[in-house]
Design a protein around this ligand. Structure first.
Ligand SMILES: C[S@@+](CC[C@H](N)C(=O)[O-])C[C@H]1O[C@@H](n2cnc3c(N)ncnc32)[C@H](O)[C@@H]1O
Length: 441
């Protein structure tokens, strides 16, 4: 049935539906910075009042619009939002969406590009800042965890070298190289301090990448944990989230003493029972332990580690046994906790087959006699040493190379590492930097 109402705007009776404007909005309560609500209404002002009647009861927890716009068919846009961002909706309430500045940009971009979008509406809201920030106490005390403050100090010292955060652009550059099939219906586990908070400072770019691309990659599940050890730089305490197409929930019922460490029993259980692919930048100071657990888990992985791993004793066996190989890219810049750019040489490593490694082009596999003299020599032990990615294709004996040819894929070109230890050439008694010995198969 069609109802008619007098429209002051038009000066005549109009069908009610034709007169009523339709809006979609994103609203947030000041004290709930990691969530927002996306909804529809015919009356933005009234809806905000309704929200404030609920959340505004608690002092300082006012709701405000982050984005509002007029649309032609609000139900259609809302359904499209629900469908596209299904993993970012809270599993139980279904009303709450995960909020983070970057995810918010994604919501807005999606709505604005919808065919039913009419125009953005700016509403000036009361910008009262929250007086207190409520931080959920999820981190157990030192006593509860059975450690002393001295342990914490020692750890803090060690951690200094671990606080390098990966940039989103480096993650995008690497992960976009893998076939979509790699991710389809898979559970991805980010297990080294990969939390998502409301802003860039407390967000791991790994978590952000998988949240932004959840649907596009066709993921089944995404699990991320935040390492909540004392001195925790994301400052969120131990946390873990599970995202599926039916929504997300925070880990419930953490076992006593759970720190979010990759080797904690709960993290190991997730790794063993749920994860298909592990993806993160683990702490440099614990790379040896991390590799041992991850490589031996039998799961697929794409991780970041030091660029010299192929010639570092603890890691050479993985390359020798073909359990790990270099990913596509190196990484030269990270962010420190203040989000300043810092330089450090890392590389991606994986056990997922690569297609057409572009860096094969850097390998110069040619007869020994054609290798320029300045890039080849025999050391004091008469072992051939080659540099600058030159590789002799007609040399039958073992010869020494640096990490670079391995990162460029030489082990996929019919050569194998023949010794698990580092090889140090001596030239006229002078020790040169460490290498590995390889040989044509
Ligand atoms: C190189 S940072 C990378 C952080 C984040 N994954 C990223 O890529 O931006 C390594 C992180 O691992 C955390 N960490 C240290 N020990 C850990 C452990 N045992 N388990 C999990 N994370 C740990 C450090 O606090 C640090 O934040």
């Amino acid at each position: 049935m069609l109802y008619y109402e007098f429209s002051k705007e038009k000066g005549r009776f109009m069908p009610r539906d034709a007169k009523t404007k339709q809006y979609i909005y994103i609203v947030q309560a000041l004290l709930e910075p990691t969530s927002c609500k996306i909804g529809i209404t015919n009356d933005l002002e009234r809806r905000l009042k309704e929200y404030n009647n609920i959340t505004g009861k608690s002092k300082g927890n006012k709701s405000r619009y982050l984005f509002t716009c007029e649309v032609k068919d609000m139900a259609e846009v809302e359904n499209a939002v629900k469908d596209t961002f299904s993993a970012l909706r809270e599993e139980k309430s279904r009303e709450i969406y995960f909020y983070n500045a970057k995810l918010f940009e994604g919501y807005v971009k999606f709505i604005k590009s919808h065919k039913m979008f009419v125009r953005e509406i700016y509403i000036k809201t009361d910008e009262t800042k929250p007086i207190v920030k409520i931080v959920k106490k999820t981190t157990p005390t030192l006593e509860e965890r059975g450690i002393s403050s001295k342990d914490v100090l020692q750890k803090a010292q060690k951690r200094k070298n671990d606080e390098f955060y990966t940039r989103l652009e480096d993650i995008e550059k690497e992960l976009s190289m893998y076939s979509k099939k790699v991710w389809k219906n898979k559970t991805v586990f980010c297990n080294c301090d990969d939390a998502v908070g409301d802003g860039e400072k407390d967000t791991s770019a790994f978590a952000l990448y998988f949240l932004q691309n959840f649907k596009e990659l066709g993921l089944k599940k995404f699990i991320c944990t935040h390492f909540g050890d004392n001195g925790d730089l994301f400052n969120q305490g131990t946390k873990g989230y599970v995202f599926t197409k039916d929504g997300f929930h925070e880990f419930k019922d953490y076992p006593k003493g759970y720190t979010g460490s990759f080797d904690d029993p709960l993290s190991l259980k997730i790794l063993k029972e749920e994860a298909d692919i592990v993806c993160t930048n683990p702490p440099f100071s614990m790379a040896k332990d991390y590799w041992e657990i991850t490589v031996n888990s039998g799961k697929k992985f794409i991780i970041i580690s030091n660029i010299t791993n192929p010639i570092t004793p603890a890691f050479i066996p993985y390359f020798k046994d073909n359990k790990v190989w270099a990913g596509y890219n190196r990484i030269d810049y990270y962010l420190n906790p203040k989000r300043e750019l810092v330089e450090a040489s890392g590389h991606w490593y994986t056990n997922i087959p690569l297609k057409n490694r572009p860096k094969y082009e850097h390998l110069k596999i040619i007869p020994l006699k054609d290798i320029p003299a300045k890039y080849k020599y025999y050391d004091d032990a008469k072992t051939l040493v080659v540099d600058n990615c030159f590789i002799p294709d007609d040399y039958k004996k073992p010869f020494a190379i640096s990490a670079r040819p391995i990162l460029n894929g030489i082990l996929e070109k019919g050569f194998k590492i023949i010794q698990e230890t580092q090889y140090f050439p001596y030239k006229k008694g002078v020790k040169k930097f460490g290498r590995v010995l390889i040989q044509k198969e």
